[in-house]
Design a protein around this ligand. Sequence first.
Ligand code: SF4
Ligand code: ZN
Ligand code: ZN
Length: 304
Amino acid sequence: MKRCAKCSQKAVVYLPHHRIALCKEHYIEWFERRVERTIREFRMFSKEDRVLVAVSGGKDSLSLWHALHKLGYQADGLYINLGIGEYSKLSEEKAKKFAQGLGRTLHVIRLKDLVEDIPTLKEIEKRPACSVCGNLKRYYMNKSAKELGFSVIATGHNLDDESATLMGNVLSWNLGYLRRQYPVLKEGNGFVKKVKPLCLITEKESALYALLSGIDFVEEECPYSVGASSIEYKLLLSQIEERSPGTKLRFYLEFLRKVQPLLRREEKLELKPCSICGEPTSGDVCTVCRLKQRLTLSEKGQGS
Ligand code: SF4
Ligand code: ZN
Ligand code: ZN
């Protein structure tokens, strides 16, 4: 039986890539310190900033919100109801219950009221649900943060998400995406600052933090996540990690240290306000306004 490296009590976890065993209390402390260090190292935000946590009801976003709150940050939540049947119903309930327990505000918006729900959009647009969904989530997160007066948006992306995305982007050498793959996206051009404080924490570590902290999160995954290539990459990376602990962290961190600075030097992103809604876009009209225009046209088409 392994003993906690801090207090010699029975350990509940052994973290192979950090070569450390910890008890419940010291694991929670380790996790929160790691979040705090990431926030500082990447200059994400300070205690003066109002942070809006993008909450899905899952372990990562709720662990993040919980840790930020405990660390003394001013963090409220934003839940976007995507209208994906039982999954959305359950995750909204969990998110609301969690916010109550924390004593912080959860802002809730519904895609159905703003554009249309994801299952309907998937049919109308004839593209994968995740491509429509990602677009809309980014748009409404940014818009809501500005309207509600938050200076930073924090998302629960963890090391598994980031290293899998990196793998996908490297396999196709997508330089545009690689350039933007950084745990901090600065404010400006109509964008609120976006940060990923869990980017150096694995999925297992965040699940364990949620369990040990008694967080009631939604365990079901979104039904549209099945078959996504990112899941394949996560599996592959986890297999390598098993044999060679620390691979995920090294892959991601070395990218940030060695490759990112070269890519960012060339960054030339020209954005202007959308002529309809004012959100930033590279064209005249942003993708969400174009989507809304297509929906109006198809409704008219159906009506005639
Ligand atoms: Fe949206 Fe796809 Fe994530 Fe589901 S899996 S919440 S559809 S991005
Ligand atoms: Zn201990
Ligand atoms: Zn627009």
